[in-house]
Design a protein around this ligand. Structure first.
Ligand code: ZN
Length: 455
């Protein structure tokens, strides 16, 4: 007799961020990812609200990767009484420790400055980490009598995984965020085979990225032109993955003498900590990068790279002569040191703001992307005269064609594909593509509705 499995989508539907999916078997239940909603007006309210399910009924939490929109609320689970176990790859746990500690520090600053409550306390983070077990890639792990799980490399960021759950003889796959393979550093996303049900990401479900060649050529051109104009090149970068990719690419461009060697300032303490984890985890890099490292190349370091340690030093960067490159967080300019640099260099026609990633609706990054004549930043009127450049090819997310290809590998067995973690337009476009091109039963689930799967 077939068994029933229930899936409810409590986050990551109609939005890129806030991934949170509840899975209930006959005797046990777990959630996949427990992330923050980011960049939208209702985010604060949503993030601080009670969980929509009874935490006493949840046995496990499975974390696909350490981006905040997948891990941000894990300590809140423990603050709200959860006592179960968290599972992820060892790399994800290590990065999550750094990311959640940094997030708490920022929340504590906001509490002191604006009396905003923190989402969790240090004790809850400690509790989460002490209940956090790790599973390496490619090991079939029996979770309990009902479920087993197998982790594949998603190729999205260091440690990112896809979960393949086996339940009642059926295979249910959660892609997490699937990577934009081939990437400069990581291994390719592993193929999904013989899946019965798939829950997939769709942030770029309605668009294709530039090709690798276009992307590399564009990066080189923007840097060369920006340096020739003699201004600053400000790159808002996510601390996790994007910064490491940018450092790696800059290192190559300088070594190959494709761009003049100018000072590069890494102005993000969080990125520095994450880069240290990357340096220790060479086995997760692709073959070409592993070979470079074995050949003695320090892939994240070059002679004119300067690490900016404290806030005072960061503020004094505008006294450093141009041309120069400043890499600073946050990636969507929604906080962090980059805002100060943007306020400084947006009015300068010689300077460049180079956006190298997805900019969510409602963020300063998105406003800059629109290249208006003027912006109000922290109450200050800032004229926009700098060149605004955008490269989408460094995205760590698969684009539309590659998302379709990922499902094509399992189209002969898959019974249903749930398309989530995208803006509605992107998710709906991908749903239609999957139906038209692969003839699979794809759908855009409704938040809070229970979907029953025959297993
Ligand atoms: Zn991600």
């Amino acid at each position: 007799m077939s068994k029933k499995l229930e899936i409810t989508f409590w986050g990551g539907v109609g939005a890129v961020t806030g991934a949170n999916f509840l899975v209930k078997g006959e005797f046990s239940a777990f959630i996949v990812d427990c992330g923050l909603l980011q960049g939208v007006r209702e985010a604060d309210e949503e993030n601080t609200a009670d969980f929509q399910y009874n935490l006493g009924e949840i046995d496990y939490v499975f974390i696909t990767h350490a981006h905040m929109d997948h891990i941000g609320k894990v300590p809140k689970l423990f603050a709200d009484g959860f006592t179960g176990t968290v599972f992820s790859t060892p790399e994800t746990k290590e990065i999550a420790r750094v990311m959640l500690t940094d997030a708490l520090k920022i929340m504590e600053q906001n509490k002191r400055a604006k009396n905003e409550p923190t989402l969790y306390e240090q004790d809850h983070l400690d509790e989460a980490l002490s209940h956090w077990r790790t599973i390496p890639y490619h090991t079939q792990t029996l979770v309990n009598d009902e479920f087993s799980v197998y982790l594949k490399d998603a190729g999205h960021i260091l440690g990112s995984s896809m979960f393949e759950f086996t339940y009642g003889g059926k295979k249910i796959v959660f892609t997490g965020d699937s990577g934009n393979s081939p990437t400069p550093l990581l291994k390719d996303t592993e193929k999904i085979k013989d899946a019965d049900y798939v829950v997939m990401d769709s942030v770029y479900g309605d668009r294709n990225h530039e090709s690798k060649e276009e992307r590399d050529a564009k990066f080189e051109r923007i840097l060369r032109e920006g340096i020739a104009r003699g201004g600053a090149i400000v790159i808002p970068a996510f601390s996790l993955e994007r910064t490491q990719v940018i450092l790696y690419e800059l290192n190559n461009l300088v070594e190959e003498k494709k761009i003049p060697s100018v000072p590069v300032f890494l102005d993000s303490p969080l990125a520095l900590k994450v880069t240290d984890i990357y340096k220790r985890t060479v086995k997760d890099f692709n073959q070409a990068v592993q070979k470079e490292i074995k050949g003695g190349d320090d892939i994240f370091s070059f002679p004119k790279l300067r690490i900016v340690r404290d806030g005072r030093e960061s503020k004094s960067l505008n006294e450093e002569p141009n041309p120069k490159i400043i890499i600073a967080g946050s990636g969507m300019s929604s906080g962090g040191r980059v805002i100060f640099h943007e306020m400084n260099y947006l009015p300068d026609p010689k300077s460049t703001i180079l956006l190298m990633g997805y900019q969510a609706v409602g963020t300063l990054g998105r406003a800059i992307q629109e290249a208006p004549k003027e912006l109000i930043i922290q109450g200050v009127r800032v004229p926009v005269r700098a060149r605004i450049e955008m490269i989408s090819g460094y995205s760590s997310h698969k684009d539309c064609d590659h998302l379709v290809d990922m499902i094509a590998d399992t189209a002969d067995t898959v019974k249903k594909v749930f398309v989530v973690m995208g803006e509605p337009k992107a998710s709906l476009f991908l749903v239609q593509r999957l139906r038209d091109y692969l003839d699979v039963d794809a759908l855009y689930p409704e938040r809070g509705k229970v979907y029953t799967l025959e297993c």
